[in-house]
Ligand binder design. Structure first.
Ligand SMILES: Cc1cc2nc3c(=O)[nH]c(=O)nc-3n(C[C@H](O)[C@H](O)[C@H](O)COP(=O)(O)O)c2cc1C
Length: 337
């Protein structure tokens, strides 16, 4: 039995400046939430996504690689762009550029734990530097004229109580930031342990702007739990959506107290993996490396997948990979649905 939602109806949208943010959103994920991923996800009901984080410095320098990461299509909307950086002026310039490029929302990264980001004073390091964070927020809010500005952060750098994040959340609200996503772990925790939904609730209590809860949401049950424990306004999905684009409708149904849609069959998974492969080949100039990961996402935990993974990892072209997926038959089909 799923825990009951606080009420049986949910608002499907969160009203932000000139923009209705869906209650269930896809998080930014470097090397994962690219154009092919987003197109597949949208076909299955994803209502809002972010680009993976974009370096503000690289964007203002107009680097080719950055524009490749920002590749989108008219049907890939609404879409938010997330900026990472530590210089208020550069972040402001980059934010203005993101808005002028037509993205529907500008987000700032205060959660990235990666050393090469943290050592430049960006990502989760900003949780320890509220004064710099405030300057960045002020600069970005001033630079962006029409679309909402949001932040995404962890609970803290080391302090798992959520105190650091609550301080940053209040500063963000005072600067005119319109919503906050919180991943319920600290920088020191990385991805270990479980996301702390009660601590997310303390951030929710600290501000009046919408808070989007994030961390370990993998199905309807966990979406209901993050909502009921933290009281968050929206739910952000990360890893749970990799190879699982059915998750968006499942979660929306659970939050609305409706009957869950049927789980995907093996044939659904295979067909969708092949569609993803085709889109990756169409939009990614170097699809083979990413496809080694992507294709295995779809068959996670299935019998014989280790053998499939080994073969896919040795393949050096998309046609061979396609043939391997087409030929894949798990040993016990009945156990898969
Ligand atoms: C491979 C990977 C890349 C990520 N890249 C980003 C990113 O670019 N920006 C960001 O704010 N968070 C990033 N994250 C964090 C996720 O957005 C999310 O906050 C985290 O995975 C927790 O949510 P989950 O348990 O639903 O996956 C990344 C996570 C992973 C696993």
């Amino acid at each position: 039995m799923l825990p009951r939602p606080r009420s049986c109806t949910i608002d499907l949208m969160i009203q932000l400046r000139n923009f209705e943010l869906p209650t269930v959103v896809q998080s930014p994920m470097a090397d994962c939430t690219d154009l092919a991923f987003r197109l597949i996800a949208r076909r299955h009901g994803m209502r809002f996504a972010f680009l993976e984080m974009i370096s503000s410095e690289a964007l203002v320098r107009n680097t080719r690689a950055t524009f490749d990461l920002m590749k989108t299509l008219p049907e890939d909307k609404p879409l938010g762009a997330q900026l990472v950086g530590s210089d208020p002026i550069v972040m402001g310039e980059a934010a203005a550029k993101v808005e002028s490029m037509g993205y529907g929302l500008v987000d700032m990264n205060l959660g990235c734990p990666v050393p090469k980001v943290v050592c430049k004073g960006a990502g989760s390091q900003l949780l320890r530097e509220p004064q710099t964070a405030q300057k960045i927020f002020t600069s970005v809010v001033k630079a962006v004229k029409r679309v909402p500005v949001t932040i995404k952060m962890r609970l803290g750098y080391c302090d798992a109580s959520g105190g650091e994040a609550a301080t940053i959340a209040r500063i963000a609200q005072d600067c005119g930031i319109q919503a906050i996503s919180v991943h319920g772990r600290t920088r020191s925790q990385g991805y270990s342990g479980k996301a702390d939904y009660e601590a997310i609730g303390r951030i929710k209590q600290a501000v009046s702007i919408p808070v989007i809860g994030n961390g370990d949401v993998i199905d309807g049950e966990s979406a209901l739990r993050i909502r009921s424990v933290s009281g968050c306004d929206g739910v952000m999905l990360g890893r749970g959506a990799l190879g699982n684009p059915w998750i968006y409708r499942q979660i929306e149904a659970a939050l609305a107290g409706e009957t869950l849609p049927p789980r995907p069959t093996f044939e659904d998974r295979k067909r969708t993996a092949l569609e993803h492969l085709d889109l990756q080949a169409q939009y990614d100039p170097n699809p083979v490396g990413p496809l080694r990961r992507i294709l295995c996402w779809y068959f996670r935990d299935m019998p014989g997948v280790a053998d499939l993974r080994n073969r896919i990892c040795r393949a050096d072209n998309v046609a061979d990979m396609r043939g391997m997926v087409e030929a894949y038959q798990p040993f016990e089909k009945a156990a898969l649905c």
